[in-house]
Design a protein around this ligand. Structure first.
Ligand SMILES: NC(=O)c1ccc[n+]([C@@H]2O[C@H](COP(=O)([O-])OP(=O)(O)OC[C@H]3O[C@@H](n4cnc5c(N)ncnc54)[C@H](O)[C@@H]3O)[C@@H](O)[C@H]2O)c1
Length: 374
């Protein structure tokens, strides 16, 4: 038997360094390892150079498990390594700003999990990235679910007509557990509300004003300040109105980002717990009209072609793989931005601005112009 050696992969190599090796470290490592062979012959080869984290034994194990060449307990080793082109920050929220800014200032392209920080920090990251001319990605990965992209494209092409009303709600249940640790200062608004805000901006457009209520039935001391539930009324620049909500105390809701958008020509609704399906109603005046279920998993659907044959179904992790493939493509192409498909740091800042307006509206009981947040 004389099997031949496979020819070398001659595509460009994009080299990554990472901060964090937890849930999202696993998710992004999986994406970086998967995308080169799924997005064939597009994208690039990815090189997983160095992963960083605080606990040596754990980061060492993560490096072996996820296939990183090196590990370190000091994220500055990643930022200062000239071999690394992209700094991928999957650390906790309070480790987003300083390391990502340092990476931008060192000339790295950056990927940063959401939320980037508060509005001031996020805006500073966006400005620094623009000044440095580096690619920058805020990880609003749900833009890369095929059904979400299809809805976006339908709205953008006018298929739903004028948008009248839109409701976005991200609901999880885990904060109902009285022993749950909750490190994030603003709770539901940042942890999951940031995704709902980005979905609202991505699908409907800029939010101009908000009024809001925040309720914290379960966050009294000693659990501290974090928000259990936030409900905002939003008015969009295009004239639509609707709600943006997030709650961590919805028993039975495991991971339900859901939205419904109603326009003059029809409606769409979707939720993350059934992420391949987009429900669409087209106004036609026929006796048989009603909502139909589109399994957004055909080759002709956006983002699906590199994956499996007809309706062999994608999962949550594919949104991250699609997103990081888009980013890697942009690095190889020398693009100036990963937008408008992906969220940039400017989008991260815009989402943080809406979140800040929601906080102010809830505190004052007044309706707040998002542009008043400076
Ligand atoms: N986009 C999404 O789908 C999604 C889903 C979950 C979480 N997130 C976001 O991802 C981020 C990480 O969340 P997670 O669930 O992976 O958290 P996690 O707690 O599982 O992991 C955090 C990692 O960061 C490391 N770390 C903490 N402080 C550090 C420091 N100072 N220096 C270096 N490493 C440090 C920890 O050791 C751990 O490896 C959060 O910002 C969260 O909001 C995004």
């Amino acid at each position: 038997v004389s099997a031949s050696p496979a020819p070398a992969d001659e595509r460009q190599v994009v080299s990554f360094g990472m901060l964090g090796y937890g849930f999202m470290g696993k998710t992004h490592s999986n994406a970086l390892k998967t995308l080169p062979y799924i997005f064939w012959p597009g994208a690039a080869q990815t090189r997983l150079v160095t992963i960083s984290g605080r606990t040596e034994s754990s980061v060492r194990e993560a490096a072996t498990r996820y296939g990183w060449e090196k590990y370190t307990t000091e994220w500055r080793d990643v930022v200062n390594d000239p071999d690394i082109q992209v700094f991928d920050n999957v650390g906790p929220d309070d480790a987003h700003f300083e390391p990502t800014l340092a990476a931008i200032q060192a000339g790295k392209h950056v990927v940063c999990e959401k939320p980037l920080g508060d509005y001031a920090q996020s805006a500073q990251l966006a400005e620094a990235a623009a000044a440095a001319g580096v690619l920058n990605l805020a990880c609003f990965n749900y833009r890369f679910v095929p059904a979400v992209r299809l809805a976006h494209d339908m709205i953008a092409s006018g298929e739903l007509g004028d948008i009248y009303s839109a409701n976005f709600r991200y609901a999880q249940e885990w904060h109902t557990d009285p022993t749950a640790e909750f490190g994030n200062k603003t709770g539901a608004l940042d942890v999951i509300g940031s995704h709902a805000i980005d979905a609202a901006r991505y699908l409907v457009g800029e939010v101009e004003t908000v009024s809001a209520l925040i309720t914290n039935p379960l966050t009294s001391p000693p659990r501290g300040e974090p928000i259990d539930t936030v409900d905002a009324l939003a008015q969009y620049a295009g004239g639509a109105t609707g709600t943006i909500s997030a709650t961590l105390i919805a028993p039975g809701r495991k991971n339900r980002l859901g939205w419904e958008i109603n326009g003059s020509k029809g409606s769409v609704y979707w939720d993350l717990e059934n992420l391949n399906v987009l429900h669409h109603h087209k106004r036609a005046g026929a006796a048989t009209e009603g909502f139909m279920e589109i399994i957004v998993n055909e080759e002709h659907h956006p983002l699906v072609a590199p994956w499996w044959p007809s309706a062999h179904i994608l999962g949550w992790e594919h949104s991250h793989i699609n997103m990081l493939a888009h980013f890697t493509d942009a690095v190889v192409a020398g693009s100036s931005t990963v937008g408008p498909e992906a969220a940039t740091c400017a989008d991260g800042a815009a989402a943080a601005r809406v979140a800040e307006a929601i906080l102010r509206a809830a505190a004052s009981g007044e309706r707040v112009e998002v542009s008043s947040v400076v």
